[in-house]
Design a protein around this ligand. Structure first.
Ligand code: MG
Length: 265
């Protein structure tokens, strides 16, 4: 396969690409170090809502990745920005306690919030909780999904993600959630703006054929699929968007993509 050319910047998914659970993907650290050394424009796009962006950065640095502040885009920061743009709405934050401080600027209303904000709460989902959210939606609240992923790769294989709960709440309430993270177009556009590159000269790299590759291609970028994390053999055969490139791991990046700082598209 000839190398991809015309790529001047990268958007890189984290979970399943740089690491799986708490284990770095072999070779990924070297690739990130080389991207940093060559000053290739890059941003990291995660749908993680279990940690603040600052905590994600801390984890990456702890795992040995040369990632800097301001390079990580998380749905939490994007959601806070979205809420700020609405004034000072009341919310019901359905999020982990560790990320609650990020939402401290908005009054919490357990009866009639303006927005119900859904993040990953792991095994804390329950029938009473879902019923309470249903009542709030019925009373007029709008639904925000920080992402709508179907599943993720956990320590013990694929696990159900919050998309199942978001879809269920949409079904029973008749309301469409506003999805903030990948594959939302505005999330990709935010990262592209910060790269100051046109979508056509940027590649999105991820282990999720729909959210990363499909979302990136819908936003006008190239899509690169890695066979780590949640990737499963043959998933690309049924996907709406074909990846422009498939590689075993991020560690192979420079074998597949001709990346040059400032090279013309
Ligand atoms: Mg991923």
């Amino acid at each position: 396969m000839p190398k991809m050319t015309g790529i001047r910047g990268l958007l890189i998914d984290l979970d399943g690409v740089l690491y799986v659970a708490d284990t770095p993907v072999p070779g990924a650290g070297e690739v990130i170090a080389r991207l940093t050394a060559q000053d290739i424009p890059r941003r990291y796009l995660t749908n993680t809502t279990t940690r603040t962006a600052a905590s994600v950065l801390e984890k990456l640095q702890h795992l040995g990745f040369d990632v800097r502040a301001g390079e990580v885009f998380s749905p939490i920061t994007a959601t806070v920005q979205f809420l700020k743009n609405q004034g000072q709405p009341s919310i019901n934050p359905v999020v982990r306690d560790s990320v609650l401080p990020e939402f401290a600027g908005f009054p919490v209303d357990d009866e009639r919030p303006d927005y119900v904000v859904i993040g990953d709460i792991g095994a804390a989902w329950s029938y009473p909780l879902i019923n309470r959210i249903f009542a709030q939606l019925h009373a007029g609240a709008a639904l925000i999904a920080m992402h709508k992923n179907k599943f993720f790769q956990g320590e013990d294989g694929l696990q159900v993600d919050i998309g199942a709960f978001v879809a269920g709440l949409e079904y029973v309430s008749g309301k469409q959630a506003q999805v903030i993270g990948k594959p939302s177009r505005s999330f990709f556009d935010l990262a592209l703006q910060s790269l100051q590159l046109p979508a056509s000269s940027v590649a999105m790299i991820g282990d999720d054929i729909e959210t990363d590759v499909g979302g990136g291609k819908d936003a006008g970028m190239h899509g690169i699929l890695v066979r780590t994390g949640k990737y499963r053999q043959g998933c690309e055969a049924h996907a709406a968007h074909k990846p422009d490139c498939i590689m075993d791991t991020l560690g192979d990046l420079f074998d597949y993509v001709d990346l040059r700082r400032g090279s013309k598209a």
